[in-house]
Write a protein that binds this ligand. Sequence first.
Ligand SMILES: *[C@@H]1O[C@H](CO)[C@@H](O)[C@H](O)[C@H]1NC(C)=O
Ligand SMILES: *[C@@H]1O[C@H](CO)[C@@H](O)[C@H](O)[C@H]1NC(C)=O
Ligand SMILES: *[C@@H]1O[C@H](CO)[C@@H](O)[C@H](O)[C@H]1NC(C)=O
Length: 428
Amino acid sequence: MGSVSLKIGDGTARFRRATICSSAVNGLMLFSVLTTNLFALYAFTWNPKGHSNSHENPLLQAHKNMSLITEQVSLIMKEIESSQKKLAQMEKELLGYESIDLSNPNIASELKTYLQRHVLPLGKDSKTGITEMVASVGHSCSKSMDMLSQYMNYKVNGQCPDDWSLAQKLILRGCEPLPRRRCFAKTIAKVGNLYPFPASLWKPVNDKIVSWSGMACKNFTCLNSKKLSKDCVGCFDLVNGYENQRFIKARGKNDFLIDDVLAMGGGGTRIGLDIAGGSGTFAARMAEKNVTVLTQTLNVDAPYNEFIAARGLFPLFLSLDHRFPFYDNAFDLVHAGSALDVGGKPEKLEFLMFDIDRVLRAGGLFWLDNFYCASDEKKRDLTRLIERFGYKKLKWVVGEKGGSGQSEVYLSAVLQKPAKMELAWKDS
Ligand SMILES: *[C@@H]1O[C@H](CO)[C@@H](O)[C@H](O)[C@H]1NC(C)=O
Ligand SMILES: *[C@@H]1O[C@H](CO)[C@@H](O)[C@H](O)[C@H]1NC(C)=O
Ligand SMILES: *[C@@H]1O[C@H](CO)[C@@H](O)[C@H](O)[C@H]1NC(C)=O
């Protein structure tokens, strides 16, 4: 009997894979049922008289053939079982759930040292119940072992390679947290270029105090001529353009003003989180109102993190696939724009929205600021999701921007998290 081979593609089709796997298993089942039935049909319709070897006892022969069939069926069952095991293994590998194999000789020795479990010297800790220290590293790191090994290949106690673009690539592939590293990061002298707070909020940042390695632009003049994202159009230009008027001067009905939104919070807004906050202007305006805002951003094509820090604000270098490193109910305010559109299936947005809901306190505000609705479907998905959380709509504006035939739809809203005595989630 020939072995059954299954081709599953290259694994990039994440959401199709499950159906391919199950249809492969279904195919195997069908194959086995057919073979079994064919054998049975053959056995029962066979006529012993017309055959040359009819001198043998036909009953004995039939018995022999029956056991042959049984043997074949059990072979097929075994085949199915092993195929199922193989599929489960393949799925594990595609998802990267298999832990990193430290016996692999190609693994950088520093990675091995980092990942090795360290047994507690005094045995089991009575408070936590742990017996060993385990270094944390993103499970998806095992999918990018070449890159990870390159990243972990450096001189211990020496200077780190200047490779933040590599680190960020790993993070964007789900390798988060990155393994810690025993080397010194490149130091950039900031002395002489820093202004005292709050003057620092609106001073242009010197090209020389940020690192441009791995980026196409090498200065802010270059960056200002680029549209970096929907939420950052000329956002590094604090002198000209619109950046220094955002949140205090509206361009349209989708732009809400900070004073208005703070008034909705009833004076209880003290700390907030800005998701994909560009160059930190939201946090800067909030700082002027004595509200402390952390700005979450990566450094995609621009030195956002250093720029925000240079303004005297708190940059949070973290991807949106990462669970927010804050305890539940911590923030009075969460602000987000088009970056909330994480793409993919609606569940992807749910993961993010649930985490936002988690870190926002009851009565806290979720300010959705000019969310670009790429399609009606997108708008419907987001609206439905927000409604299921049961937030109170303090403000809700759907507006169009840009004339001449190709107008775009934007959603802005201020939503208040209810005090949930019971689960507010509404199944639709
Ligand atoms: C049993 O199988 C043999 C060949 O495998 C065939 O020649 C024979 O006719 C079969 N006998 C019965 C009773 O099915
Ligand atoms: C900024 O960088 C661009 C290239 O990225 C270069 O052409 C330009 O001369 C630079 N400008 C300044 C003021 O350094
Ligand atoms: C911010 O706090 C300072 C110092 O407590 C105070 O002088 C100032 O009036 C406050 N500003 C606002 C907008 O509340």
